[in-house]
Write a protein that binds this ligand. Structure first.
Ligand code: UT7
Length: 340
């Protein structure tokens, strides 16, 4: 377990704004069943998903990120930040990073801007990065955006991934503050296991395939997932990371009011919550409407819950995520009073 006792108690990252964006186009289970060997019943029973939002032709991750970022800046009442950190697995182009363009379109030209790549754990990795920028004094205010257009990466004919993954964005504004303040991000637990990097991968398009001098194999430009193996690791890693984050924050499990986990699969979320001893009424969930939106999942969930009353100021929130890499993470937050 990670030891956090060396950390200074001051200069924490404090959440001051939240926002999200979903592209308007909607795909139902019936739409998918009309062209794939699947059914509404299979998708609902095995994943808990009924609908998902998808980008329209020509729309890119930056378009989602800019909208979510704009809403988070408005929520914070913050016209200017010192850094823009974008968590994504689906950048607009392989090079350069998408964050500088997003920053420019949000009127933040000149600030530090970079992408963080940790697949579905991206938000928590980027949150730790943003908190680090603040702790080091590099930034006073950070706009953290997590956005993915996963439907541009999955094989539309692969029923095991096409039914799960979806598009969206969520964003949070963080400022320098004190660890004891409402909204202060608790210790962030992060981990990885690269020995299992092939459980989730896009085989082509990187230096390995390009240096081979061979063109991509059929379908190798698409996202591939060994679903059942990933499922097992997701439950185990999110459960363990959650326990570590709770301990690092000095909380007990009963202190948790709301559980905001990466919306990977409804069955995974139920298993993790049961193992942690968290009752159903404490779980936040929007997977039925939005599917698995990759890095965007947690901030999208938080933004929606803050708007619809599922989350209130003062509540103790446990966040956890798991994704390709393998990567995982967890942290805690006492929800602040935010304008939504
Ligand atoms: O976002 C973070 C990373 N991702 C995840 O955390 C996702 C983790 N994995 C999962 O959510 C689940 O493993 C899936 C939803 C991908 C699959 O559910 P499962 O209950 O693990 O199914 P399975 O892969 O064990 O497949 C069971 C059966 C297979 O048929 P046979 O071999 O039993 O005849 C599959 O071919 O279901 C079949 N199947 C489908 N049938 C109808 C797989 N996908 C579909 C489908 N519709 N869409």
């Amino acid at each position: 377990m990670t030891e956090f006792s060396h950390l200074p108690a001051s200069r924490a990252a404090v959440a001051t704004g939240i926002g999200c964006y979903l592209p308007p186009d909607l795909v139902t289970n019936e739409d998918l069943a009309a062209r794939l060997d699947t059914s509404d019943d299979w998708i609902r029973t095995r994943t808990g998903i009924a609908t998902r939002h998808v980008v329209s032709p020509g729309m890119a991750t930056s378009d989602l990120a800019v909208e979510a970022g704009r809403r988070a800046l408005e929520s914070a009442g913050e016209p200017r930040v010192d850094a823009v950190v974008l968590a994504t697995t689906t950048p607009d182009r392989p090079c350069p990073a998408t964050a500088p363009e997003v920053a420019a379109r949000l009127g933040q030209s000149g600030v530090a801007a970079f992408d963080v790549s940790a697949v579905c754990s991206g938000f928590l990795y980027a949150l730790a990065t943003a908190a680090g920028l603040i702790a080091a004094g590099t930034a006073e205010r950070v706009l953290l955006i997590a956005a993915d257009a996963f439907t541009t990466l999955v094989d539309p004919d692969d029923r095991s991934t096409a039914v799960i993954f979806a598009d969206g964005a969520g964003a949070m504004v963080l400022r320098a503050g004190d660890a004891g303040e409402q909204g202060a991000v608790g210790p962030v637990v992060l981990g990885s296991d690269g020995e299992l990097s092939d459980l989730i991968e896009v085989p082509a398009g990187g230096s390995r395939q390009r240096s081979s001098g061979r063109p991509p194999g059929p379908g190798d430009e698409h996202f591939k997932m060994r679903g059942r193996d990933i499922y097992r690791h997701a439950v185990e890693r999110m459960t363990n990371a959650s326990r570590q984050a709770i301990a690092a924050a000095g909380w007990a499990i009963d202190d948790v009011d709301r559980f905001a986990a990466h919306q990977a699969n409804a069955r995974i979320l139920t298993s993790v919550a049961e193992r942690l001893g968290l009752p159903t009424e404490k779980q936040l969930s929007n997977i039925e409407r939005v599917g698995n939106t990759g890095a965007a999942s947690i901030p999208l969930l938080l933004a929606e819950a803050a708007t619809d009353g599922g989350l209130a100021a003062g509540q103790h929130v446990l966040l956890t995520a798991f994704g390709g890499g393998l990567t995982w993470g967890a942290t805690t937050l006492i929800w602040p009073e935010l304008k939504t």
